[in-house]
Ligand binder design. Structure first.
Ligand code: NG1
Ligand code: ZN
Length: 527
């Protein structure tokens, strides 16, 4: 077939280094950019097949998020803007690792297994972050998509690409599949929502944003012009001088527990990561102490806001917060014991959280690192809409229903989105008249420590119970249990990373010293 001749011809321009094996992990493929050209080409091919199979638009995002500038990566976006389905992750790994001469056979194998009609049209949206390698790598993806009608969005944040894919596949029901459509939808909803914050002063409308020297910086500037001065943003690390994710960005702030270099963190601040799908907030108090408000605090703020509105509106909708094992124990306790909110724990990786959140009327999901969003079921959106339109309900109920209705379009429900989360958080703080200090004081984090351990083969560690228990190698969990018993309010677990060749160790305990020493002892047990 002509198509296959083209594949052979094009793939010779994107040869695979013999013997190189890469795995489609929690964030797609991610490694040094120099190793990725053939992967990009092949993901272009795979996205085209996925598009033919689903008869829908598929997304390909070229980014390595919070990794250093030298790295890059790629992930596929399914029709509703969600992460690609697990069977296709397996195909991605298969296709990526086929040696040059076996590529066609591997491709044909997928076509056969999935009974793909090759004459079906395909449509693929490609997006990239600001890394210098993203230019040629996204071209390699487009070579893979090749003769088929792909749409290159150029520079976008990861969540913007997810959003475009969803808009395209819902025939505009979710919004318009353009950048302007994205900015207009979110900004109008934000302006509508903040009308309910009547006492908000200009000072309270001020926020310092660390753009991680990446795509988020460019895009937050574009968004700001749509916000009609309802939010005043001071942008730091805008990419004009600094290096991507270097001494800045959400991952740096979360892991180092300190503000990005060159940023005055005396006021309310937030940091995006390199592809703007994560956000964390922070401030430094008058005694110079740094306070981090991570994904757990964000989830608490949002779910408290929503729960209060649901109660006021008298709406019987089931809301849950979805977390991972990395969620601070204090946040889980607060949500379950004080807020009486259902909490679910899933494996690390956004797709797992997203999936679990879909099981509820309203699912708020956040990883502690700041990646998350809120999902509303169709039925929940309809109930809220009906109540907001019902002229017979009393004032307080009506106000709550209207607020809920205005909240929905601020949120990018396809995936965690730093810009959308920022607008939602800012609106909630304004409506509640809450300072960042008051938000921080909702509960106090348990001291914790995360460590990385390099081992010969991290895959020997197998976990269960949402990665909270190690089932192999034998004896490891027992060793962790007995170390944990030495400390008060302690918890610890280990899991192999999906994005780096390391084992991650997490520990929390009553004091920082205890958390540090527990993490250290558990890392020794991992060897
Ligand atoms: P790994 O490397 O599997 O721990 C990291 C983050 C995840 C998620 C993915 C994808 C931690 C502990 N892990 O995964 O939360 O964001 O990257 O980007 O933060
Ligand atoms: Zn990211």
């Amino acid at each position: 077939m002509v198509q296959f001749q083209e594949v052979t011809k094009q793939s010779a321009l994107h040869p695979k280094p013999a013997g190189l094996v890469l795995q489609y992990g929690t964030a797609g493929f991610r490694t040094n950019a120099k190793l990725l050209d053939h992967i990009m080409f092949r993901m272009g091919l795979l996205a085209t097949l996925r598009s033919k199979k689903t008869k829908a638009t598929i997304g390909v995002m070229v980014t390595a998020s919070h990794n250093p500038e030298e790295d890059n990566g790629v992930k596929l976006v399914d029709p509703m803007g969600e992460m690609v389905t697990p069977t296709w992750e397996v195909y991605a790994t298969q296709l990526a690792n086929a040696e040059q001469d076996d590529l066609l056979a591997s491709l044909k194998d997928i076509i056969e297994k999935e009974s793909i009609n090759m004459s079906q049209e395909a449509n693929v949206f490609v997006g990239k972050d600001t890394r210098s390698s993203s230019v040629s790598l996204s071209k390699a993806v487009l070579d893979g998509v090749s003769a088929l009608a792909g749409h290159n969005y150029g520079l976008v944040t990861t969540p913007q690409l997810h959003y475009m894919v969803c808009c395209q596949n819902t025939q505009g029901e979710y919004g318009e599949a353009t950048m302007k459509g994205y900015y207009t939808k979110l900004s109008q909803a934000f302006i509508q929502l903040t009308k309910n914050a009547s006492n908000c002063t200009d000072d309270q409308k001020h926020l310092s944003v660390d753009g991680a020297n990446g795509i988020g910086a460019l895009k937050v500037r574009e968004m700001e012009s749509h916000l009609k001065k309802e939010l005043h943003i001071s942008l730091f690390n805008d990419g004009s001088t600094g290096k991507l994710n270097h001494q800045c960005g959400a991952d740096f702030v979360k892991v180092q527990q300190k503000p990005p270099t060159g940023m005055n963190s005396g006021e309310r601040c937030c940091s995006f990561d390199g592809d703007a799908d994560r956000i964390v907030y922070y401030y430094t108090d008058s005694e110079g102490r740094f306070h981090l408000l991570d994904g757990d605090k964000v989830a608490t703020l949002i779910s408290t806001f929503l729960k209060e509105l649901l109660t006021q509106a008298g709406l019987d909708l089931e809301m849950a917060v979805v977390q991972t094992a990395y969620a601070n124990g204090s946040s889980t306790n607060y949500l379950e014991d004080t807020m009486k909110v259902t909490v679910r724990c899933t494996k690390t990786g956004v797709k797992h959280l997203h999936h679990a959140a879909q099981e509820f009327d309203i699912g708020v999901y956040f990883e502690a690192n700041g990646h998350g969003t809120v999902l509303f079921s169709k039925a929940a959106e309809e109930k809220i809409q009906r109540l907001a339109e019902d002229s017979s309900v009393a004032n307080e109920r009506k106000r709550a229903a209207l607020l809920l209705r205005s909240t929905i379009p601020v949120i990018n429900q396809t995936v965690g989105d730093a810009i959308s989360d920022m607008l939602l958080i800012e609106a909630i703080l304004a409506i509640k008249g809450m300072t960042i200090q008051q938000w921080d004081a909702i509960y106090s984090d348990l001291p914790n420590r995360q460590l990385k351990v390099k081992v010969a083969d991290r895959r020997v560690i197998d976990t269960a119970d949402a990665e909270r228990r190690a089932v192999s190698p034998k004896g490891l969990q027992e060793a962790i249990d007995s170390l944990v018993r030495k400390y008060r309010e302690a918890r610890s677990f280990v899991r192999p990373s999906g994005t780096e060749d390391v084992v991650r160790v997490y520990a929390e305990a009553e004091t920082q010293e205890s958390a540090d020493s527990l993490a250290h002892e558990v890392s020794l047990a991992v060897y």
